[in-house]
Each structure stands twice: as structure tokens, then as C-alpha cells.
Design a protein around this ligand. Structure first.
Ligand code: KIV
Length: 280
């Protein structure tokens, strides 16, 4: 039976206390949420990766608060046991604390139990404002996809001593600002470990090595549906893209060969109706 989480309980969950790492996965709709629920994961992230893996955009910077609210509501309608976190899209919190609170409220009304946003020291004011509105916040540091233009691409972060110290400092600052957890993305294993050892709240890694307090993967990567990019940190636990393509090819062949549908897959008419239709 999957455990029911809340933000304060998550905030205390450090693997160094002998606890199991947290399992988080993205989901963007009700069927995805039901699968994550049945699998017993701890957290669902309605990620802005919906841009790339569902909506066909090149970058997460294309999705809007309307998109995220729409997908968060779809996840919430499945009433999943895992704790639901929704991403604040780029542009919704960069314009100041009151815009950030408004966007966070929108996602909570759609069914999120917390929001996630990217950045370090530069986000303290918005994090404090959102927490002041009674909404738990998850941080996100390291490779932050909403900074792709500023970073000049998706690059592993914290590779230099200064870069690594900057990330450890960012983690500490976010924890002091009150986040209940921090996603650490795309950093060397030693940096994932240093941030994890430094902060009192759980870190959830993606491409950050095995020492974080939890891991997150994108639904479509984990299940082998997304084929265009295969980052090193993705482990594909299934090849559902191949299975789905083969199933659909078999269906199309059956339709063309008149093997689908059979009598058993059709509705029978009464004898009277059949007789009346004989004239046609
Ligand atoms: O949107 C997303 O999928 C994410 C994860 C990569 C952490 O932010």
C-alpha cells in the first residue's frame, strides 16, 4: 500500500536517517497518474517537460500557466495517492512575488499540493511569498531547463569548484527560504552528494548520481515512449513506444484485411430487425 505524503513529512525525509529514497515520476494526465499511483511512487510531478514530451515543443519555455493548470487538473481528477507537485512555468514567477503567488494559487486550485520553481538565491523573494500564501514549494537547481537560453544549451552544471560551491550555496539558501525539497538536475555525482549532505530537506536527483534523497524520471523516458533524446541518466524500464507501434501496425493490417472487427466484436440485431433490413 502506497504511503500518503504531505509537505512537512516530505521535508523531514532524509536518506541519511536510514530512510528509503523517494521515488518521483512525472505524469501529465489521468491515465499517467493512475499508473504512477498503482506503481506506488511517492510523488507525481506535473512537469513543464509536458512541453517536450506531450505538446511537441522544443523547450519548456513554451508552456503557459494555462497548459500546466490543464494538465495538473487532469492528474488530480485521477485522485492519486502520490503527492502532486506542479511546475510553475517560465515567465510566471520571474516578474515578481505577486505574479508568482497568483500562478501558484492557480496550480493549487487545479489540484497541485505544492509547486516547483527553478533557481537559487535569485528566487528567495518569490519562494517566501508563495510559502507565505500557505503553498509548499519545491526548489530546482543545477541544470535548469528554463534557463536554456541563458546557459546556451542543456549543460551539466557544477563542474568547476566555483560552480559546485555555488550550487551547494544555492541549496542551502533555498532550504533557508523554506522549500520542503530540492530537485538537483544534471550535476556530477560528487555535487549531488555535497548538496544532499548540506541541506536539511530531501534532494531529488535527475542526472545527479545515486546519493540524493530521491530520484525523478520523466514518464515517457522511463517507459521508453520518448525516443528523440536518450540522456545518460535515463534508465528505460520498458520499450512502450515499440510495443505501441507494433500493436497499432497489427490493428491497421487487420482493418485492411477485414479481420477486424469480428462478429464477437459487433452488436447483433434481433431477428425482426434483420428481416426488416433484408430489403436493403
Ligand atoms: O519538468 C520536469 O520533468 C522536471 C524534471 C526533469 C525534474 O522538472
Amino acid at each position: 500500500m502506497a504511503r500518503t505524503w504531505n509537505a512537512p513529512a516530505l521535508a523531514r525525509h532524509k536518506a541519511r536517517d536510514g530512510l528509503c529514497p523517494l521515488a518521483m515520476v512525472t505524469a501529465y494526465d489521468a491515465p499517467g497518474a493512475r499508473i504512477a499511483d498503482a506503481a506506488g511512487v511517492d510523488l507525481i510531478l506535473v512537469g513543464d517537460s509536458v512541453a517536450n514530451v506531450v505538446l511537441g515543443y522544443e523547450s519548456t519555455m513554451q508552456v503557459t500557466i494555462e497548459d500546466l493548470a490543464h494538465h495538473t487538473a487532469a492528474v488530480a481528477r485521477a485522485k492519486p495517492t502520490p503527492f502532486v507537485v506542479a511546475d510553475l512555468p517560465w515567465g510566471t514567477y520571474h516578474t515578481g512575488p505577486s505574479d508568482a503567488v497568483r500562478a501558484a494559487v492557480r496550480l493549487v486550485r487545479a489540484g497541485a499540493q505544492a509547486v516547483k520553481l527553478e533557481g537559487g538565491r535569485n528566487r528567495v523573494a518569490v519562494i517566501e511569498a508563495i510559502i507565505d500564501a500557505e503553498i509548499p514549494v519545491m526548489g530546482h537547481i543545477g541544470l535548469t531547463p528554463q534557463s536554456v537560453l541563458a546557459m546556451g544549451g542543456h549543460r551539466v552544471q557544477g563542474k568547476s569548484v566555483d560552480g559546485a560551491k555555488h550550487l551547494v550555496d544555492a541549496g542551502r539558501t533555498l532550504a533557508e527560504a523554506g522549500v520542503f525539497s530540492i530537485v538537483v538536475e544534471g550535476v556530477p555525482t560528487a555535487v549531488g552528494r555535497a548538496v544532499t549532505d548540506t541541506v536539511p530537506v530531501p534532494t531529488i536527483g535527475i542526472g545527479a548520481g545515486p546519493h540524493t534523497d530521491g530520484q525523478v524520471l520523466v514518464f515517457h523516458d522511463l517507459l521508453g515512449i520518448e525516443d528523440r533524446l536518450r540522456p545518460r541518466f535515463v534508465r528505460r524500464y520498458a520499450e512502450l513506444g515499440t510495443v505501441a507501434t507494433e500493436a497499432m501496425r497489427a490493428y491497421a493490417e487487420d482493418v485492411r484485411a477485414r479481420r477486424f472487427p469480428t462478429e464477437a466484436e459487433s452488436y447483433a440485431a434481433s431477428e425482426d430487425l434483420s428481416a426488416a433490413l433484408e430489403v436493403y
